[in-house]
Design a protein around this ligand. Sequence first.
Ligand SMILES: Nc1ncnc2c1ncn2[C@@H]1O[C@H](COP(=O)(O)OP(=O)(O)O)[C@@H](O)[C@H]1O
Ligand SMILES: [Mg+2]
Length: 402
Amino acid sequence: MINFDNVSKTFGEGDHRTAAVDDLTIEIPTGKITVFVGPSGCGKTTSLRMINRMIEPTSGTVLIDGVDTRSIDAPTLRRGIGYVIQNAGLFPHRTVLDNIATVPVLQGQSRRSARATAAELLERVGLPESMGQRYPAQLSGGQQQRVGVARALAADPPVMLMDEPFSAVDPVVRAQLQDEFTRLQAELGKTIVFVTHDIDEAVKLGDGIAVLAIGGRLAQYATPAEVLSHPADDFVADFVGRDRGYRALSFTAAGQLPVHEEPTLRLGSSPARGPAPSSAPVGEPYWVLVVDDARQPRGWVDARRLTSGRGVELGDLVLGGSLADPHASLRTALDAALSSPSGRGVAIDADGRVIGTVAARDVLRAIEAARVNAPHSPGQGTSPGAGAREGEADPAAAAVPS
Ligand SMILES: Nc1ncnc2c1ncn2[C@@H]1O[C@H](COP(=O)(O)OP(=O)(O)O)[C@@H](O)[C@H]1O
Ligand SMILES: [Mg+2]
């Protein structure tokens, strides 16, 4: 556990005085990822660096497991704290393996055993062992960040500080790094303080999120779901953005959604009673779900456009989102329903077989019931009445996430 007790930091004096961090009191739980998020200049890096004493507070106390960090000498303190920064900060003239082995060697491990551990760590962060002989400049940005993470893990510190570690890589690689980082943390259970300016990254990675405002004020400290559904004030509401209602759906279970029976057509077979039933409204497509022999969904076909007597071929299919678990989040359900040409999301069982469909209207109704701002379509703004913004700011939302 890391505690900030009334910690402030000001830089400069007189007219040039900057309040970087303003009276920060926060408890960071052991074994979890806590994200400091906020716009540039709001004191995230300063806060992070006060944990390992790269920056000393102007006033207040930082404690790790109840011990005032000022009572531990800085090198000893930093040995128990891994530190990862943007652009990895690797030593350019050392090989990847030697970069990772740096701290263990400084701590007195033999180079040989430190390199052996480094090779294992490479694999852990998803890089081939052969990469160990390369120099940082010979790696892509994403690979360098992985090496940076491996290096921070090398001394197996209980605490990791990560300052925008994934911000300098392209969005696709960033998403991969985030996924692997989540997987790694599930194995390691480190106490991680992660800094980012990206609310999506904060929501994705954080067990708890501390939203910092300009001037180093803690605007809200809560779980991602709470920050999205109940922003503590206008600043947080603006910062998390207009589509927060849609993001919040990720945390809303879709437990009560009805799964409807869905007639299916096997690939290669033709509809038993001709292209489309006469009951279907004329002029509109009549979507039929096509499955393979294993009853796994392959796509949708407009039965009106099928020539009688011919079997359905892959080329006839329109692909639509399938829904892994009908009781997963409302966001998954909404994505599946809205990305399907029929407006029905396909629900499948653990073996990937169709068990029925979830209707968009049911998902939307469930969203209303969950009193989350109902979005009109994925990725877009929420409904005009941004409910959580006015009058709903709950003082309890600033509580420490459990
Ligand atoms: N060494 C320094 N000297 C003077 N001002 C600084 C120094 N470091 C940071 N600041 C100022 O403190 C504020 C917070 O900076 P920082 O913690 O780096 O913000 P963030 O990481 O959120 O972008 C900014 O206004 C920044 O200009
Ligand atoms: Mg910073």
